[in-house]
Ligand binder design. Structure first.
Ligand SMILES: NC(=O)c1ccc[n+]([C@@H]2O[C@H](COP(=O)([O-])OP(=O)(O)OC[C@H]3O[C@@H](n4cnc5c(N)ncnc54)[C@H](O)[C@@H]3O)[C@@H](O)[C@H]2O)c1
Length: 679
């Protein structure tokens, strides 16, 4: 697959400069081009201003700003794009301007260069024929503000090669984007329902269904969002809503066409007037209309194969910041109510037929089921991808069930030699769904947590004991259950962005999926205890130094590293090894007499007084019962088989989840620092 190290961005306007900023922020080399030096300068000044704002808000250090700016080369010469691995076009939305540009880029760029368009209203296939490399031509649709919004629609046209798609997915990962692959269709996935959301708001105003404040309020309640459509249009510009609805109307029919009142507002050149009172009696009609329109369009685009239900939801949640995706909302409303609301839209607009997907689902009388775990088999390597990036791939009952299912299918395939686990988006797996635990504790249903954990243990034992080589790809954050899953694999391959961590004792529980004894087997009980009691993260580099990671490579070399492991095999992971001195110092904080002192909050004996004080202080913030049980389990588990160690952990599960500290710690996540009582 192509390496992505240097990326060209053409057009230093709103989108281009934001795209360039994000790429450079994440460490890629960027060439930013515009037609006049003043425009390049304006783009660079805008980037610098945004980064400086980040320094004020303590998101970046001044040195990071300097480094980021140092990675961006501004230019007015298209020839500077020649050796880029990828060039992203973000110039005026004009067919001829873009078409000519791609013709020039094709002439200037080396054969390796992939060309991408950020067009919002043309098809990708409109431009690919202007180049001699349609196989290396793709749509890359960013969302405003591209340095902040994580969503990226990757849009292959019919001639785009799989290699190009893979390279774009890699590029997306490299600059922190969550990519969804979408068909080259009008509005792609997200604008297809977002634009009718804006246009539909205007139509309701035109038809006097409600006033602006009521429509704003109805939108917020319908989709649990913070900003209504009129305010959004005021912020992003009414012309964008007009142009995008005009395009959709032209391509897809009158249902999508621009509302007259919206067109007039643009011609007036004024923002919408948001003043006024919400009229409660009108709210229901507004909510129903919004849901009918957006859910109907979402179902339609999936029926047409534009995107999957999961990616459509992801688009709404990540790209538009809805708290639930359209299909999750449909499940909440129920299929009957959804069909009722969408049918009302179909009755109103003759060109809007009921989507086939809804009719099928109504026949099934079931909610939609989401696939969060994908299985792909290429040659002798099966890849299981945790694909729930909107929740950092967190584990819950459904996800664990799906991993077990995909794993069983990969194991049953005689042609498969290795099973590789990867996470979509920035994380590998960020632990288990905390809300699930809280709900179960509050419902007095710890037995359910036990059953969930037992299923997790069984799965991890199967992964560890598989006849096929099992490999975790740690190219992002992993925490808790995610790190435990990685440790259960027979080998870990990582990039420098990978990390592990066991934050559980800080939220009132202990790591419950065998990570403690697995870590102890490899690095010794004392160092394992240190990581579990302090919750300190283990970077991929540290994990490599400790022998936990078999290969540490840049992201573009992961596939090669995995293939090399499959070819040569890996030595058993549980063997004695030399622990480098800095880690021995960490282990010593939890060794011998220091451990009871640490647990009692007393000073410990250590050559490094600073480390000793920091460790005592850090452990002091953790839940005491969780710490105590964790220590017992680490030491006892090291002597047992992994299956027995798992049993031992399960035997302590009720005890820990019944403590007040568990409820306090788990409920505090993301809200406040927990306060543990030791009960
Ligand atoms: N604004 C959004 O929210 C949004 C979202 C997704 C996609 N888009 C798409 O992104 C593209 C850019 O939008 P924008 O809002 O950044 O526009 P913009 O007007 O802010 O910037 C366009 C820039 O392109 C430059 N330019 C024009 N022709 C050029 C050429 N031949 N070579 C080099 N530079 C050239 C202009 O000088 C200008 O600086 C459009 O295709 C738009 O549809 C916009």
């Amino acid at each position: 697959m192509a390496h992505i190290q240097k990326v060209g961005v053409v057009g230093a306007g709103n989108m281009g400069s934001g795209i360039a900023q994000k790429l450079a922020q994440e460490g890629l080399q960027v060439v930013l081009m515009d037609i006049q030096p003043a425009y390049v300068e304006r783009g660079l000044t805008g980037i610098k201003a945004m980064l400086d704002e980040g320094v004020k808000r303590r998101i970046f250090r001044p040195q990071q700003v300097e480094e980021t700016m140092g990675r961006i080369q501004g230019t007015t010469d298209l020839a500077d794009m020649a050796n880029c691995d990828l060039v992203i076009e973000a110039v005026f939305e004009d067919l001829e301007v873009k078409g000519n540009l791609f013709q020039q880029l094709d002439a200037v760029c080396e054969p390796k260069t992939i060309l991408g368009t950020n067009t919002s209203s043309f098809y990708v296939r409109d431009f690919a024929p202007r180049t001699s490399r349609p196989d290396r031509f793709v749509g890359l649709h960013y969302f405003f503000h591209p340095a902040k919004n994580r969503l990226l629609e990757v849009i292959p046209h019919e001639g785009t090669s799989q290699d190009t798609i893979d390279a774009c997915l890699l590029a997306a990962r490299l600059h922190g984007k969550t990519a969804i692959v979408v068909k080259d269709a009008a509005g792609f996935a997200v604008n297809r329902f977002f634009v009718p959301f804006l246009n539909g708001a205007a139509r309701m105003l035109e038809e006097s269904v409600a006033n602006i404040p009521t429509i704003e309020e109805g939108a917020k309640r319908a989709f649990r969002i913070g900003m209504g459509p009129f305010l959004l249009m005021n912020v992003t510009g009414i012309p964008i809503a007009v142009h995008s609805s005009a395009t959709l109307g032209r391509e897809l029919g009158p249902f999508y066409a621009t509302a007259d009142i919206l067109q007039k507002q643009m011609e007036l050149g004024q923002d919408w007037d948001l003043e006024g009172e919400v009229v409660e009696e009108d709210l229901r009609a507004v909510i129903e209309r919004f849901q009918g329109v957006c859910l109907g369009v979402a179902a339609k685009l999936v029926s047409e194969g534009v995107a999957s239900i999961e990616d459509t939801d992801r688009g709404a949640k990540i790209g538009l910041r809805w708290s639930m995706g359209p299909f999750e909302i449909m499940n909440r409303l129920g299929i009957e109510q959804t069909c009722y609301l969408v049918q009302a839209i179909a009755d109103r607009y003759p060109d809007f037929a009921m989507p086939s997907l809804l009719l099928q689902q109504r026949k099934l009388r079931e909610p939609f089921t989401f696939s969060y775990v994908d299985l792909g088999i290429e040659g002798d390597i099966a890849t299981i991808t945790f694909n729930r990036p909107e929740a950092m791939n967190a584990l819950n009952e459904q996800v664990v069930g799906q991993i077990a299912d995909r794993f069983a299918r990969a194991e049953a395939d005689p042609g498969v030699k290795a099973i590789v686990f990867r996470g979509a988006g920035k994380a590998f797996v960020a632990g288990a769904d905390i809300r699930y635990f809280v709900k179960k504790i509050e419902a007095d249903a710890i037995d359910d947590i036990h059953a969930f954990t037992k299923a997790g243990h069984d799965l991890l034992l199967a992964i560890e004991g598989s006849d096929k080589l099992t490999v975790a790809v740690l190219d992002g954050l992993s925490l808790g259950g995610g790190s435990e899953l990685a440790l259960a694999c027979q080998a870990i391959v990582a990039t420098p962005a990978g990390s592990m961590g066991f934050p559980e004792t800080g939220i009132g529980i202990f790591p419950g999926l065998g990570g403690m004894p697995r870590l102890a087997r490899q690095v010794g009980a004392d160092l394992a205890t240190y990581y579990v009691l302090t919750g300190r993260g283990i970077s991929a580099r540290d994990a490599h130094d400790l022998g936990l990671v078999a290969a540490l490579v840049p992201p573009g070399e992961l596939d090669g590293a995995i293939r090399a492991l499959v070819a040569v095999g890996v030595p058993p992971k549980n063997h004695a090894r030399d622990i480098p001195a800095p880690f021995q110092a960490l282990a010593a904080t939890c060794a011998g007499d220091n451990l009871p002192r640490l647990l009692a909050g007393e000073p410990i004996q250590h050559d490094d007084a600073t480390l000793a004080a920091k460790t005592v202080k850090g452990v002091g913030f953790k839940a005491p019962i969780a710490c105590r049980i964790a220590c017992e389990l680490i030491h006892a588990g090291s002597e047992l088989s992994m299956a027995q160690a798992a049993e031992l952990e399960l035997a302590r599960l009720h005890e820990i989840f019944s403590t007040e500290d568990a409820l306090e710690g788990l409920s505090s996540v993301g809200r406040r620092r927990p306060s543990f009582s030791g009960t």
